[in-house]
Design a protein around this ligand. Structure first.
Ligand code: ATP
Ligand code: MG
Ligand code: MG
Length: 525
């Protein structure tokens, strides 16, 4: 524990859900297990949880697993772990696939009532007909024919079945194109990660979501705003099937500049080895940003500050990192690292290493103590040493002033300790590290965005805008206290920035630190 009070953000919005009653609200977060959770999903999950709590209602975590070609148990498990990490626990965890029988029965019901038909129009042609508002040649098939195709051919995945899909018979000319007889069932012979080969037909998103929402007692379905055109279709399904009404409530997707938030595109990058895996620090996944040094509190505060705004904007990453900085700055231990070390010999300083105990964080003693070694031979950053002039008085931070007496031919410096000197009068305040065998080798890693363009326009292929180099390593030496750190610890290297320890040293590798953006600038190293 760190004496410092955690800053928890109160949501800065006050929006009521329509028709919401305290104690009766049920929301749901419906991820498809087709990838790892990204920060867009985190926003949806946190908002759903927020409303469930605000109205003392319930939150359902529902795996929307109706497309076996994209879904895997690995993704399902990782999503549950990541939600837990975010402090999101549903009152129930459910699966759309648990309702395959109900959805099948409801599709049969629609067919029997003449509200759905089987269609074997080739995909391309069907697309054109929908665009042009033309009725399918199969629209008036008889109920008997439709029933036979659905319950026998499609259900068994026969050759004839595979050519067909089921479409809701809504309105092929509707101005809202989502109402132009949407597909509600398709054949797929790929085994499903939960139901195996029990089914060879799967409901589409458009058919599944309203049904499962109604069956599970969801009162408010939060959806991102691009689905707005489909709201009429959602309502049509509920009416046609005589199911309970659900309120739809839209909010804006979150997008970030130079960032892809699509599982399909992220999977492509994993497959192409552009990143190490789904937890790569350059990835906008929950795991990726955590590995980069994002805290759960920082992420939550960011989401709640955004609120359920309906403006879709392309956010700067600095915004979210600034929330994180507020969380880490008061508690991150201060350490020292030196890049391209230059030796400074200080006359008047201890000739043998003098180890003293100092606070890890000057403003927050609860963070603990560290060892600082005072010694006549210290190391400075090359960049700092370059700026020093002969005869100049400089301040070694948390020690005192030194007069630089000579810049030697070998690049090293000589100086004289001048503890009476006034640090207010020096221009340069330098970080320094005793040059003893206790210093440790570290690798400071910084990253760039994977994409070169702030916002990709419609029709632009992200593969044409990949940043050539996105990972940068700098070797440095750091203070001995680094040896006490655990993987995942967050610190500040003074005058350099915040870092998260990604791996401790091994025989052939130094301590690896990832730079944590601080919301202002790019990190220096
Ligand atoms: P992706 O394109 O990454 O696969 P998706 O919307 O298809 O995203 P789902 O797993 O179906 O992924 O999404 C689960 C929930 O998260 C949905 O309610 C969806 O609206 C929401 N969501 C997805 N992306 C974002 C985003 N960028 N901002 C806010 N909410 C999002
Ligand atoms: Mg989806
Ligand atoms: Mg998607």
């Amino acid at each position: 524990a760190t004496g410092n009070k955690k800053e928890t953000h109160k949501a800065n919005f006050e929006i009521g859900l329509p028709g919401a009653k305290i104690g009766e609200v049920v929301t749901r977060f419906p991820p498809e297990p087709s990838g790892y959770l990204h920060i867009g999903h985190a926003k949806a999950a946190i908002l759903n949880q927020y409303f469930a709590q605000e109205y003392k209602g319930k939150l359902i975590i529902r795996f929307d697993d109706t497309n076996p070609s994209k879904e895997k148990t690995e993704f399902q498990d990782s999503i549950l772990e990541d939600l837990e990490l975010l402090g999101i626990k549903g009152d129930r965890v459910t699966y759309s696939s648990d309702y395959f029988q109900e959805m099948y029965d409801l599709c049969v019901k629609l067919i029997k009532e003449g509200k759905a038909y089987c269609d074997d129009t080739p995909t391309e042609r069907m697309r054109e007909e929908r665009m042009d508002g033309i009725a399918s040649a199969r629209r008036d098939r008889s109920v008997e024919e439709n029933l036979k195709i659905f319950t026998q051919d499609m259900k068994n995945g026969t050759e004839e079945g595979l050519k067909n899909c089921v479409r809701a018979k809504i309105d092929y000319e509707a101005p809202n194109k989502t109402l132009r007889d949407p597909v509600i069932y398709r054949c797929n012979l790929t085994p499903h990660h939960r139901t195996g080969s029990a089914w060879k037909i799967y409901p589409t998103y458009d058919f599944c979501v309203p049904i499962v929402d109604a069956l599970e007692g969801v009162t408010h379905a939060l959806r991102t705003i691009e689905y707005r055109d489909r709201n009429a279709q959602y309502d049509w399904m509920l009416n046609a099937l005589e199911l309970r009404k659900v309120h739809i409530w839209d909010f804006a997707r979150v997008n970030f500049v130079r960032t892809l938030l699509s599982k399909r595109k992220l999977q492509w990058m994993v497959d192409k080895d552009l990143v190490s895996n789904w937890d790569d620090p350059r990835f906008p996944t929950v795991r990726g940003v955590r590995r980069r040094g994002m805290t759960v509190e920082g992420l939550r505060n960011f989401v709640l500050s955004q609120g359920p705004s309906r403006n879709v904007i392309n956010l700067e990453w600095n915004l979210i990192w600034a929330f994180n900085k507020k969380i880490i700055d008061p508690v991150a231990p201060r350490h020292t690292a030196v890049v391209n070390p230059v030796k400074l010999h200080i006359e008047g300083a201890p000739g043998t290493p003098d180890v003293q105990v100092k606070p890890k964080h000057k403003k927050n003693p609860a963070v603990g103590e560290k060892k600082v070694i005072y010694y006549s031979d210290v190391l400075l950053d090359q960049d700092d040493a370059d700026m020093v002039e002969e005869g100049e008085e400089v301040t070694l931070m948390d020690w005192g002033n030194v007069i630089i007496t000579k810049k030697n031919a070998d690049g090293s410096l000589s100086g004289k300790l001048h503890l009476e000197g006034d640090f207010k009068k020096t221009k340069l305040k330098l970080t320094w590290l005793a040059d003893t065998k206790d210093k440790v080798n570290v690798d400071l890693v910084d990253f760039d965005h994977l994409i070169t363009k702030d916002k990709l326009e419609e029709g632009e292929d992200f593969a044409d805008y990949l940043t050539p180099q996105t990972e940068f390593h700098v070797a440095a030496v750091a203070d001995l206290n680094v040896k006490d750190m655990k993987k995942g610890d967050i610190i500040q290297f003074e005058r350099k920035g915040y870092y998260r320890l990604d791996s401790v040293a091994s025989e052939d590798q130094p301590y690896v630190f990832f730079a944590i953006p601080d919301g202002k600038s790019v990190n220096k190293y």
